[in-house]
Structures are given as structure tokens and as C-alpha cells.
Design a binder for this molecule. Structure first.
Ligand code: HDE
Length: 707
């Protein structure tokens, strides 16, 4: 019987077809020396085997009776393979389902032993490994990267005294004050219950119905409607622990703390139109950006800063530090940088690491403790619970990405997927097996974690503190601290979102709430929708003016830099190679990546020799770049002016307030794209490199009627 195409004998590959054992990994960080932490690895060999180690000689054909006959039940190899495949998926996260992760390290740069005994903050220069995952909140695992949404910013520090998980967001406040409301919030923002849409979008009835009935969400809504929720890159977002935590020193003295991540590349967002177009151009835009930058050795980096304060300062504030809908402006309590995080290694396997990583706000280390923030208190329960449902077993902590990298030992035993093999008789404590010369197992160390002894009293009751009653003052603080252009973006976002609301009473209720934030805001949104403005809604506590916090604005603290950015260089037949390569070299020198874009990918008829592009024009629109240059001859420009993809490329760059560098001969294409002369539209050369480092917000009035 003729044998149909058969598996070739296994050839050694670069990766030997298996996960590299920990020892063989390049030591990305000093911290990797902390140990493998019980990592499990598929034992790699070159031969293809079943899961039970049987070498298989054929991976192409199932076992059948005769060459055209039925498949036999005996085919255990087929059954094992399909059985495993059928069960490849695990439940996605109920929120934050879509995410990207990376390994790296945290390095202490300014020790704070006076404030905390946490081991990772004791010694300058000391590093611990981290795994960090960024995410969107509302969309499913297969949704796109760029919807208007909060971004998760979760970091697992593998310290010498256990894992510390700082599970934060890119926004310092939250929608609700009490964990009891979280399921309602998430139900409201996710796909509507009957129709199953919209996916990954807050612009629909149920979300706005809920938030319009929950005035406490107004401050977070201001952030959500700002450009913070349409980031340019995960590498360019801030991160916040949100809740007030405690630092506790050796003497047991506690200080309140809020944690902040600050991106070294600067904070940067896209424009809404850009984010919408990116969703189509590259649904994986943020994921790819993170992966590519780490892959190319341009490691993203953040400073970790703390805001620390005592009870006296807390008491002096006109809001409650336990209320997660409030922030403390850094103008009031300044930030102190204590360390930096560098992400320097992409995961080896997305599922094993990014999908299976289990963050727990309850993962705390000696020297850090919780506060009574009712949202945080609820989270301490929720995450442990959710991991059992996602990962299927209480032993999820043994999965390599979750396992501590320091020794860990206790008397918890057995359970599904137990992979550790504890030895000896001692599986209970106290025991006296040491008297019999046997190992008694671990004992609680005197200097282990102990909860900060906070006094608490009062009746057992379902109540909300009156100090949580002010829902509008900080929303006002945020809105008024924005630059005019950012305020306009917020107005546009609210108009867009509320225009998708079909229930008029919901729209009106929301407008009435906005009236408490700022009268001009409410008026502009109502005008943008074309509906009458209702009177401001009654507020539980009248809003007060808290002053401004200019550091809350993205534009105010925008760093003019090309580092870590992308510059698209559009060229076509006849374009001079010398100009293209000179420009690309200047872009690279400025720390950015040049992306060569042409109507075809390969063998573009540039002069004097043909060149290949990095991206084909229709598939690489200008939204994927931070600035663009058009390097064309007069003939080339005329040809591109007749190509809608090229016209759109330039028109979008202009509308998205990006620098456009061009050869004088490109004018006919710029005219077709209705580009107007002005700041940011420059020749090639030093002018362009300087212009490419920023966005031209002043151009916005030319391209977008402002509400
Ligand atoms: Fe979460 N959240 N959350 N959350 N959250 C989850 O845990 C929850 C909240 C945040 O990359 C879940 O493993 C409750 C605030 C991030 O894997 C779940 C409440 C903040 C991530 C859960 C909150 C966050 C999650 C879903 C109200 C910012 C993704 C899957 C009390 C400080 C972590 C999972 C990752 C994930 C519950 C509120 C951030 C269901 C009950 C506030 C970054 O346990």
C-alpha cells in the first residue's frame, strides 16, 4: 500500500521544538538569578512524541482500515491530539481579557528604608524580576487594541519575600466606590445582555444608563472621555495603583502611599479619529508595538514613584483618601521616584505566560499593607476567586509565571494539577516530628508578614461614609486642569458617546450631571448633540473648586521627542534613493524607527537603483506612524495624487496633527490631500526631525469643526 506524504524525520531547530529550560535562557536580568521558582518545562527533544513520551513516526495520517477506509478508534495518537486541542481554551478574564505581557526587572534607585521594610526598596541598584501585563477592560480576548477604554497596568514583582502584585490602571481613579457595584458596572459596559453587542465600546445605552445613575462615576468619566483612554502605545501610558496603600517600616510605623508609574518615553495619546482608523489598520497595534520594541532592544521603561502622606495630611483634605474615585494632586503631595522598571524580554509563550498570569491584589510583601478602601477590600477577595475559575485549580500558583522565585513552603497539599512532590510525613503544624529526627516542615518566621494593627470600631452596617459624598469637585478639577484642546477632545468624546445612546432620558440625565462639573462643558455637549440643556442635577454634596492640577494634562507635560516613535517615509517609482536613506538615517539617529512605505512592497523603481519597502501603502496607512515624510519626484507625486490610499495617507497625517516633511516636488500630492502650509509642514532635513517630535494641536481648528 502506497504511503501518503509522511512526516520527515525530526530536524533539530533553533528552539528544538520545546520551551527552553530556565537554565538555558539568556539572563535578561540579574534578577533572573533568584531562581527558577519551580518552573515546569516540556522536556524538549528532537523527536515528536505523544504527551506520554511515545515517539511517533507519522504526524500526517490517521490510522485507517485501507487507504480509503474508516478511521480506527484505536488511533490513540489522533485521539490524544484532538482531545488536547478541543480543550485548548480556558475562560477568558471577565474583565481585562485582552492584554499583552512582558518580562523585565524592577530596580530600586532611591531606597526608602525609613518608610518601609519591603525588601525591594532597601538597596540602591538591587533588582527583582517582574512580569507586567497591559490590557483593555471591556472587550473580549479577540477584540481590538485601540477602543476608548481604560488600560490595565498590572505588575508582578518576584521579590525575595514573595510576590507583590501591583494591579493598577492607567487612570488614578475608578468608576465606583464600593466593590458591591463592580458586577453592575461591568455588566453595563460590556455587550448588552440581549443582543450581544457592542463589543469593546462604552458608547451604548446600558453603560450610560448605569453611570448616569451613579454620580460617583463622574470623575472617572472625565478621564475616560479624555485622550488617556486612547493611548499611542503601552510604552507611553502612566500607571496607578489607584487605592491608598500603606508602607510599614521596621518599627511598625505606617505611612499612607499611592503608587505611580511614569513612562520614560513620555505620556502620549492618539486622536479619536486615529484610534478608530487604527482599529482597522492594525487590530493588534498596541500589542505589536510592545512586542516589536522589546524585540528590537528598545526596552520600555517606567519610573515608579510614591506619594506618601500621614493621617494628619489625610484629615486635612476635603475628600477621603479611602475613596477610589479621588486622587491626590501631585501639586499637593509630590511624587518621589523610588525605582525603575524595564521590560526587556518578550514572553516565550503567550498562553503559558500572558494568558495564565494570575494577578492578586492580595499578593503583598512585608512592609506594604492595605487600607480600608472598600473597593480594594472587595478586590482582595475577587482575584483569588477568579483564578480558580480561569485556571481550574487552587494550584494555579505553581504555574511558572505565577510561582514565587523565592523559596515557598507550607502545609497546603494536593488538589488538582498538583505538580510539587512534598516529601516526608509532616503535613500539619504544629508537629514534633523533629523529635523523631524527621524534618518538621516550615515554621512561621518571627519577621514574617503581619497586618498593620489599625483600630476599627463602629456598628456593623451597610453604609457609605459621608466623606464619600462629593462626586463632582474632582471631576471639575480634572476638566478645568486640561488645556483647551484637551477639553475640546473631551467634549467631542462625550458628544460621540451620547450620540450612540438611544434612550433620551439617559442622555438628559447625563447632561444634567455634567452641569455639576462645569457649565461650559454641559453646554458644549448639549450643543454638539443638538438637544436642550437640562438643569444641573441635585448633588449629594455641592461641588467645590479645588484649584487646578496642570500635571493632569497630557499636553502640558508632553515631551517633544522622537525616541521610540515611528516615521513613515512614503516614496514611489523615481524617488531618489539618496534622499530616502539620508532621511532614514536621521530618523534612526533621533531614536525613532523609519518605516519605508511605497505602493508596492518590493523592487520599487527608485533611482538609481530599486528599493524594497517595509510596508505596502494601502496596508500601512499614516495612522501607524507618528510623523510622515513624502520623498517623491514631480512624476511620482502626480501618480500618487491619483491614488486614494496616498491621498488619504497625507490627509490623515495632516488631520492627525502630525509633522509632514516633503520634497518640493510633492506639492501636487499635498494639494490633493488639502494640506495647508503652516507649522509642521516642512521640507526634509533638520526642520523635519524637530517637527516630527511633536503634534501640532494648533492645527486642529483647520481640520475639525470644534464643538
Ligand atoms: Fe480588577 N479584576 N476588579 N480592577 N483588574 C480583574 O481578575 C475586580 C479594579 C484590574 O492583567 C479580574 O484575573 C473587582 C480596579 C486589572 O490579568 C477580576 C473590582 C482596578 C486587571 C477583577 C475591580 C482593577 C483586573 C478579572 C472592584 C485598578 C487585569 C480577571 C472591587 C486599580 C489583570 C482577573 C491582568 C482583573 C475584579 C476593580 C485593575 C474579576 C471585583 C479599581 C489591571 O478578579
Amino acid at each position: 500500500m502506497a504511503k501518503t506524504p509522511n512526516s520527515k524525520p525530526a530536524r533539530p531547530t533553533k528552539r528544538a521544538g520545546a520551551t527552553r529550560p530556565a537554565a538555558a535562557r539568556p539572563a535578561a536580568t540579574d534578577a533572573a538569578e533568584l531562581g527558577a521558582g519551580g518552573e515546569l518545562h516540556q522536556r524538549g527533544g528532537d523527536a515528536l512524541t505523544t504527551n506520554h513520551g511515545l515517539p511517533l513516526s507519522d504526524n500526517q495520517n490517521s490510522l485507517r482500515q485501507g487507504s480509503r477506509g474508516p478511521t480506527l478508534l484505536e488511533d490513540f495518537a489522533l485521539r490524544e491530539k484532538i482531545f488536547h486541542f478541543d480543550h485548548e481554551r480556558i475562560p477568558e478574564r471577565i474583565v481585562h481579557a485582552r492584554g499583552s505581557g512582558a518580562h523585565g526587572f524592577f530596580e530600586c534607585t532611591a531606597p526608602i528604608p525609613g518608610l518601609t521594610r519591603a525588601s525591594l526598596f532597601q538597596t540602591k541598584g538591587e533588582r527583582v524580576p517582574v512580569f507586567c501585563r497591559f490590557s483593555t477592560v471591556a472587550g473580549g480576548a479577540g477584540s481590538v487594541d485601540t477602543p476608548r477604554d481604560v488600560r490595565g497596568f498590572a505588575v508582578k514583582f518576584y521579590t525575595h519575600e514573595g510576590n507583590w502584585d501591583l494591579v493598577g490602571n492607567n487612570i488614578p481613579v475608578f468608576f465606583i466606590q464600593d466593590a458591591l457595584k463592580f458586577p453592575d458596572l461591568v455588566h453595563a459596559v460590556k455587550m448588552e445582555a440581549d443582543r450581544g453587542f457592542p463589543q469593546a465600546a462604552s458608547a451604548h445605552d446600558t453603560f450610560w444608563d448605569f453611570v448616569s445613575l451613579m454620580p460617583e462615576s463622574t470623575h472617572m468619566i472625565m478621564w475616560a472621555m479624555s485622550d488617556r483612554t486612547i493611548p499611542r502605545s503601552f510604552r507611553m501610558i502612566e500607571g496607578f495603583g489607584v487605592h491608598t496603600f500603606r508602607l510599614v517600616n521596621d518599627e511598625g510605623v505606617a505611612t499612607f502611599v499611592k503608587f505611580h508609574w511614569r513612562p520614560r518615553l513620555g505620556l502620549q495619546s492618539t486622536l479619536w479619529d486615529e484610534a478608530v482608523k487604527l482599529a482597522g489598520a492594525d487590530p493588534d497595534f498596541l500589542r505589536r508595538d510592545l512586542w516589536d520594541s522589546i524585540d528590537s532592544g528598545a526596552f520600555p521603561e517606567w519610573d515608579l514613584a510614591v506619594q506618601t502622606f500621614d493621617q494628619e495630611l489625610a484629615d486635612s483634605l476635603p475628600y477621603d483618601i479611602l475613596d477610589a474615585t479621588k486622587l491626590i494632586p501631585e501639586e499637593i503631595v509630590p511624587l518621589h521616584v523610588v525605582g525603575r522598571m524595564v521590560l526587556d524580554r518578550n514572553p516565550d509563550n503567550f498562553f503559558a505566560e500572558t494568558e495564565q498570569v494570575a494577578f492578586l491584589p492580595s499578593n503583598i510583601v512585608p512592609g506594604i499593607d492595605f487600607s480600608n478602601d472598600p473597593l480594594l477590600q472587595g478586590r482582595l477577595f475577587s482575584y483569588l476567586d477568579t483564578q480558580k475559575s480561569r485556571l481550574g485549580t487552587t494550584n494555579f500558583h505553581q504555574i511558572p509565571v505565577n510561582a514565587p522565585k523565592c523559596p515557598f513552603a507550607n502545609f497546603q497539599r494536593d488538589g488538582m494539577m498538583q505538580t510539587l512532590v512534598p516529601t516526608g510525613r509532616a503535613n500539619y503544624e504544629p508537629n514534633s516530628l523533629d523529635l523523631a529526627g524527621e524534618h518538621p516542615g516550615p515554621r512561621p518566621p518571627a519577621d514574617g508578614f503581619g497586618t498593620y494593627a489599625e483600630e476599627a470600631d463602629g456598628p456593623k452596617a451597610r453604609v457609605r461614609s459621608e466623606t464619600f459624598a462629593d462626586h463632582y469637585s474632582q471631576a471639575r478639577l480634572f476638566f478645568r486642569s486640561q488645556t483647551p484642546v484637551e477639553q475640546t477632545h473631551m467634549v467631542s468624546a462625550l458628544v460621540f458617546e451620547l450620540s450612540k445612546v438611544t434612550l433620551a432620558p439617559v442622555r438628559n440625565r447625563m447632561l444634567a450631571n455634567l452641569g455639576n462639573v462645569d457649565a461650559s462643558l454641559a453646554e458644549r455637549v448639549a450643543a454638539g448633540l443638538g438637544c436642550p440643556l437640562p438643569a444641573a442635577s441635585p448633588a449629594a454634596s455641592d461641588p467645590i473648586d479645588l484649584g487646578l492640577s496642570p500635571t493632569l494634562s497630557i499636553v502640558n507635560k508632553a515631551r517633544h521627542t522622537l525616541t521610540g516613535r515611528k516615521v513613515g517615509i512614503l516614496f514611489t517609482d523615481g524617488s531618489p534613493v539618496a534622499k530616502i536613506t539620508k532621511l532614514a538615517a536621521a530618523v534612526t539617529k533621533a531614536g525613532a524607527t523609519p518605516v519605508l512605505i511605497a505602493p508596492k512592497l518590493l523592487q520599487v523603481a527608485t533611482k538609481p537603483t530599486p528599493m524594497d519597502a517595509d510596508g505596502q501603502l494601502a496596508g500601512t496607512p499614516s495612522v501607524t506612524c507618528d510623523a510622515v515624510a513624502v520623498v517623491v519626484t514631480e512624476r511620482g507625486a502626480a501618480a500618487l495624487a491619483a491614488d486614494s490610499a496616498a491621498v488619504q495617507f497625507v490627509a490623515d497625517a495632516f488631520a492627525h496633527l502630525k509633522a509632514i516633511g516633503h520634497t518640493p516636488e510633492a506639492q501636487v500630492l499635498l494639494d490633493a490631500a488639502r494640506v495647508q502650509a503652516g507649522d509642521g509642514v516642512v521640507g526634509l532635513g533638520a526642520d523635519f526631525i524637530a517637527a516630527a517630535a511633536r503634534r501640532f494641536y494648533e492645527r486642529e481648528a483647520l481640520v475639525r469643526p470644534l464643538p
